[in-house]
Design a binder for this molecule. Structure first.
Ligand SMILES: CC(=O)N[C@H]1[C@H]([C@H](O)[C@H](O)CO)O[C@](O)(C(=O)O)C[C@@H]1O
Length: 307
């Protein structure tokens, strides 16, 4: 089982100046803070890191910085090579592979719905470009095509060897079908339900609540191994926090997932991250941060350690 991708994986979040340029100094501080918390791993360029609006030069700078800091500190890292343009995604994979990450993440081609044959063609080329670096398929619920468990089996039979997937998860039948399709696939699920996810058969998470506090999210992951009952009790309160304080920004005010991930980081205050998102997406206003923090501290004090 030692090859499985487990634990709490923390996303990078782009620190942006008021002209929308990236503050690389602050990004380095953020990466070093994540490393100091001893998290299971760090990844770049998911949705939360705003991969969809980076230039190729910025992509390279971010990947190189992450690789350099993680390698110096023996911290596992994955590079997101996601791009809605499959040609550019493939080029990103070639450049990222040279940095020797623990895995490379890719999304499926995502403008028109890809057929299964097209998906296999895409992933076979990506696999060859990444070799020997392993692949994680980032297939979120909002992807144009969300793969069914049996389709992971088709990928495997076609020669695509995925190390992991980053997905929404599902019920007991979904976990059983995934295991049957590809027993070697590490199942990475959302952060705020990780304890029940682990009970059901997940390996780890690409975690939203690690944005709130990476150290607390990691401690929660460790708690799952020693006292699942307490971990599940904390999950209930994390759920309350999400429902009461975070989800309304999405459902009522139409903010994006990445907007609330950055809001959580600003609320947690563990690194210099503001709520700003790159144009044209909107971040939650900074003035909301204080009020959310007061309420959040009441519900999940574990995420606001004092030292
Ligand atoms: C609820 C939750 O944890 N959301 C996280 C999602 C899911 O892990 C993924 O979509 C699989 O469902 O991934 C991100 O968007 C990402 O990697 O950028 C970060 C976000 O915080």
């Amino acid at each position: 089982m030692e090859n499985r991708i487990t634990g709490t994986w923390c996303t990078l979040l782009l620190p942006l100046n008021t002209d929308d340029s990236i503050d690389f100094g602050k990004l380095e501080v953020q990466i070093d803070a994540l490393i100091a918390f001893g998290v299971s791993g760090i990844y770049s360029n998911g949705t939360a890191a705003e991969f969809y609006s980076q230039s190729e030069v910025e992509f390279d700078q971010i990947s190189e910085l992450l690789a350099e800091r993680c390698r110096a500190n023996a911290t596992p890292f994955q590079i997101g090579c996601n791009h809605v343009n499959p040609m550019l995604a493939l080029e990103r994979v070639k450049r990222a592979a040279a940095l020797q990450p623990d895995a490379i993440q890719v999304i499926l081609p995502d403008w028109t719905v890809p057929s299964m044959d097209e998906i296999v063609d895409f992933l076979m080329a990506v696999q060859q470009a990444a070799n020997p670096i392993r692949l994680v398929l980032y297939n979120p619920p909002h992807a144009k095509r969300v793969l069914l468990p049996e389709e992971y089996g088709i990928l495997r039979e076609s020669g695509v060897r995925l190390a992991g997937c980053k997905v929404k998860g599902g019920d007991a039948a979904w976990y059983a079908a995934m295991r049957q399709s590809d027993p070697e696939l590490s199942l990475g699920v959302p952060g705020h339900t990780l304890a029940s996810g682990i009970l059901a058969g997940a390996d780890g998470s690409y975690s939203n609540i690690a944005c709130l506090h990476p150290g607390a999210a990691q401690a929660w992951y460790h708690l799952m191994a020693v006292d699942m009952e307490r971990a599940l009790e904390l999950e209930k309160r994390i759920g309350l926090f999400m429902e009461q304080l975070i989800r309304p920004y999405i459902t009522r005010y139409q903010y994006s997932n990445q907007a609330v991930d950055k809001l959580m980081a600003a609320v947690g205050g563990w690194a210099p991250i503001t709520t700003r998102l790159r144009w044209p997406y909107r971040g939650v206003h900074e003035r909301e941060v204080g009020a959310v923090r007061i309420e959040a501290e009441r519900i999940i004090p574990e995420f606001f350690p004092t030292n």
